[in-house]
Design a protein around this ligand. Structure first.
Ligand SMILES: [Fe+2]
Length: 189
Protein backbone atom coordinates (compact mmCIF):
# COMPACT_ATOMS: atom_id res chain seq x y z
CA UNK A 1 0.00 0.00 0.00
CA UNK A 2 3.02 2.29 -0.09
CA UNK A 3 1.78 3.13 -3.59
CA UNK A 4 -1.13 5.03 -2.00
CA UNK A 5 1.29 7.22 -0.07
CA UNK A 6 3.64 7.70 -3.03
CA UNK A 7 0.76 8.76 -5.26
CA UNK A 8 -0.54 11.19 -2.64
CA UNK A 9 2.91 12.76 -2.22
CA UNK A 10 3.25 13.26 -5.98
CA UNK A 11 -0.22 14.81 -6.34
CA UNK A 12 0.48 17.23 -3.49
CA UNK A 13 3.91 18.09 -4.87
CA UNK A 14 2.50 18.93 -8.29
CA UNK A 15 -0.22 21.14 -6.81
CA UNK A 16 1.77 22.96 -4.13
CA UNK A 17 5.54 22.92 -4.61
CA UNK A 18 5.83 25.69 -7.20
CA UNK A 19 2.84 27.97 -6.52
CA UNK A 20 2.92 27.69 -2.70
CA UNK A 21 6.42 26.70 -1.53
CA UNK A 22 5.77 27.68 2.10
CA UNK A 23 2.60 25.60 2.20
CA UNK A 24 4.55 22.75 0.59
CA UNK A 25 7.12 22.93 3.44
CA UNK A 26 4.28 22.68 5.95
CA UNK A 27 2.71 19.74 4.12
CA UNK A 28 5.97 17.79 3.91
CA UNK A 29 6.46 18.20 7.66
CA UNK A 30 2.84 17.24 8.42
CA UNK A 31 3.22 14.06 6.35
CA UNK A 32 6.51 13.21 8.08
CA UNK A 33 4.84 13.73 11.45
CA UNK A 34 1.86 11.57 10.47
CA UNK A 35 4.31 8.84 9.52
CA UNK A 36 6.11 9.13 12.88
CA UNK A 37 2.85 9.07 14.85
CA UNK A 38 1.22 6.35 12.76
CA UNK A 39 1.41 3.82 15.60
CA UNK A 40 -1.47 5.84 17.09
CA UNK A 41 -3.82 4.34 14.48
CA UNK A 42 -4.61 0.71 13.57
CA UNK A 43 -2.04 -0.89 11.27
CA UNK A 44 -4.52 -1.10 8.39
CA UNK A 45 -5.17 2.67 8.58
CA UNK A 46 -1.59 3.89 8.58
CA UNK A 47 -1.21 4.44 4.84
CA UNK A 48 -4.58 6.22 4.75
CA UNK A 49 -3.37 8.53 7.52
CA UNK A 50 -0.11 9.40 5.79
CA UNK A 51 -1.71 9.79 2.35
CA UNK A 52 -4.33 12.12 3.87
CA UNK A 53 -1.58 14.15 5.51
CA UNK A 54 0.09 14.64 2.13
CA UNK A 55 -3.21 15.75 0.60
CA UNK A 56 -4.83 17.69 3.45
CA UNK A 57 -3.98 21.16 2.11
CA UNK A 58 -4.22 20.65 -1.67
CA UNK A 59 -7.32 22.84 -1.57
CA UNK A 60 -5.05 25.86 -1.23
CA UNK A 61 -3.61 25.22 -4.68
CA UNK A 62 -4.60 28.01 -7.09
CA UNK A 63 -5.31 25.28 -9.65
CA UNK A 64 -8.34 24.05 -7.77
CA UNK A 65 -9.76 26.83 -5.61
CA UNK A 66 -13.54 26.71 -5.86
CA UNK A 67 -15.43 27.99 -2.80
CA UNK A 68 -12.25 29.38 -1.17
CA UNK A 69 -12.74 26.98 1.77
CA UNK A 70 -9.65 24.83 1.31
CA UNK A 71 -10.87 21.70 3.06
CA UNK A 72 -14.03 21.45 0.98
CA UNK A 73 -12.24 22.45 -2.22
CA UNK A 74 -9.56 19.81 -1.64
CA UNK A 75 -12.12 17.09 -0.93
CA UNK A 76 -14.18 18.00 -3.98
CA UNK A 77 -11.16 18.00 -6.25
CA UNK A 78 -10.00 14.61 -4.97
CA UNK A 79 -13.46 13.21 -5.59
CA UNK A 80 -13.53 14.65 -9.11
CA UNK A 81 -10.19 13.01 -9.75
CA UNK A 82 -11.72 9.73 -8.54
CA UNK A 83 -9.35 9.58 -5.63
CA UNK A 84 -10.01 7.25 -2.69
CA UNK A 85 -13.40 8.31 -1.20
CA UNK A 86 -12.30 7.90 2.41
CA UNK A 87 -9.26 10.09 1.86
CA UNK A 88 -11.36 12.73 0.07
CA UNK A 89 -13.67 12.84 3.09
CA UNK A 90 -10.78 12.97 5.57
CA UNK A 91 -9.34 15.94 3.66
CA UNK A 92 -12.75 17.66 3.48
CA UNK A 93 -13.17 17.40 7.26
CA UNK A 94 -9.57 17.68 8.45
CA UNK A 95 -8.68 19.56 11.62
CA UNK A 96 -12.25 20.43 12.68
CA UNK A 97 -13.17 21.80 9.25
CA UNK A 98 -16.85 21.39 10.15
CA UNK A 99 -16.47 24.28 12.60
CA UNK A 100 -14.80 26.48 9.99
CA UNK A 101 -17.61 25.49 7.61
CA UNK A 102 -20.12 26.93 10.11
CA UNK A 103 -18.24 30.24 10.12
CA UNK A 104 -18.34 30.25 6.32
CA UNK A 105 -22.00 29.28 6.01
CA UNK A 106 -20.96 25.99 4.39
CA UNK A 107 -21.71 23.53 7.20
CA UNK A 108 -24.68 21.92 5.48
CA UNK A 109 -22.87 21.70 2.15
CA UNK A 110 -19.85 20.03 3.75
CA UNK A 111 -21.96 17.61 5.77
CA UNK A 112 -24.11 16.71 2.76
CA UNK A 113 -21.17 16.06 0.47
CA UNK A 114 -18.76 14.22 2.75
CA UNK A 115 -19.30 11.77 5.62
CA UNK A 116 -17.33 12.73 8.71
CA UNK A 117 -15.53 9.90 10.46
CA UNK A 118 -14.48 10.28 14.07
CA UNK A 119 -11.63 7.86 14.57
CA UNK A 120 -8.02 7.60 15.64
CA UNK A 121 -7.18 8.58 12.04
CA UNK A 122 -9.01 11.92 12.23
CA UNK A 123 -7.36 12.61 15.58
CA UNK A 124 -3.89 11.74 14.27
CA UNK A 125 -4.37 13.90 11.17
CA UNK A 126 -5.42 16.80 13.40
CA UNK A 127 -2.42 16.13 15.66
CA UNK A 128 -0.03 16.19 12.69
CA UNK A 129 -1.46 19.42 11.27
CA UNK A 130 -1.90 21.25 14.58
CA UNK A 131 1.59 20.53 15.92
CA UNK A 132 3.32 21.66 12.71
CA UNK A 133 3.89 25.31 11.87
CA UNK A 134 3.58 27.10 8.53
CA UNK A 135 7.26 26.50 7.73
CA UNK A 136 7.21 22.92 8.94
CA UNK A 137 8.52 23.64 12.42
CA UNK A 138 7.39 21.65 15.46
CA UNK A 139 4.90 23.42 17.69
CA UNK A 140 2.94 22.57 20.76
CA UNK A 141 -0.73 22.68 19.82
CA UNK A 142 -1.44 25.84 21.85
CA UNK A 143 1.55 27.59 20.24
CA UNK A 144 0.27 26.59 16.82
CA UNK A 145 -3.22 27.91 17.56
CA UNK A 146 -1.76 31.21 18.81
CA UNK A 147 0.34 31.42 15.63
CA UNK A 148 -2.75 30.99 13.45
CA UNK A 149 -4.66 33.64 15.41
CA UNK A 150 -1.82 36.13 15.05
CA UNK A 151 -1.35 35.35 11.32
CA UNK A 152 -5.02 36.01 10.50
CA UNK A 153 -5.75 38.76 13.02
CA UNK A 154 -8.48 39.06 15.66
CA UNK A 155 -11.43 39.73 13.34
CA UNK A 156 -10.83 37.03 10.73
CA UNK A 157 -13.24 34.13 10.47
CA UNK A 158 -10.33 31.68 10.71
CA UNK A 159 -9.48 33.19 14.10
CA UNK A 160 -13.10 32.79 15.22
CA UNK A 161 -13.01 29.21 14.00
CA UNK A 162 -9.75 28.44 15.81
CA UNK A 163 -11.13 29.87 19.04
CA UNK A 164 -14.14 27.57 18.84
CA UNK A 165 -12.12 24.56 17.71
CA UNK A 166 -9.41 24.79 20.35
CA UNK A 167 -10.92 22.38 22.93
CA UNK A 168 -11.59 19.72 20.28
CA UNK A 169 -8.15 20.14 18.70
CA UNK A 170 -6.38 19.91 22.05
CA UNK A 171 -8.42 16.80 22.91
CA UNK A 172 -7.55 15.18 19.55
CA UNK A 173 -3.85 15.87 20.14
CA UNK A 174 -4.01 14.38 23.64
CA UNK A 175 -5.91 11.28 22.49
CA UNK A 176 -3.32 10.73 19.75
CA UNK A 177 -0.43 11.06 22.20
CA UNK A 178 -2.08 8.56 24.55
CA UNK A 179 -2.74 6.06 21.76
CA UNK A 180 0.78 6.43 20.43
CA UNK A 181 2.32 5.88 23.86
CA UNK A 182 0.12 2.82 24.44
CA UNK A 183 0.62 1.23 21.04
CA UNK A 184 4.32 2.02 20.74
CA UNK A 185 4.95 -0.10 23.85
CA UNK A 186 3.03 -3.06 22.43
CA UNK A 187 4.32 -3.24 18.90
CA UNK A 188 7.36 -2.20 16.94
CA UNK A 189 6.79 0.87 14.76
FE1 LIG B 1 -2.23 22.02 7.28
Amino acid sequence: MAALVDAAREVARQLLETPLPRRWSHVQAVAAKADRISAAVPVEDRDVLVASAWLHDVGYSPDLVDTGFHSLDGGRWLRRERYDERIAALVAHHSCAWLEAEERGLAEVLAAEFPREETAVTDALCFSDMTTGPDGQDFEVLERLAEIRSRYGPEHLVTRFIRRAEPEMVAAVQRTQRRFAGNAQRQPI
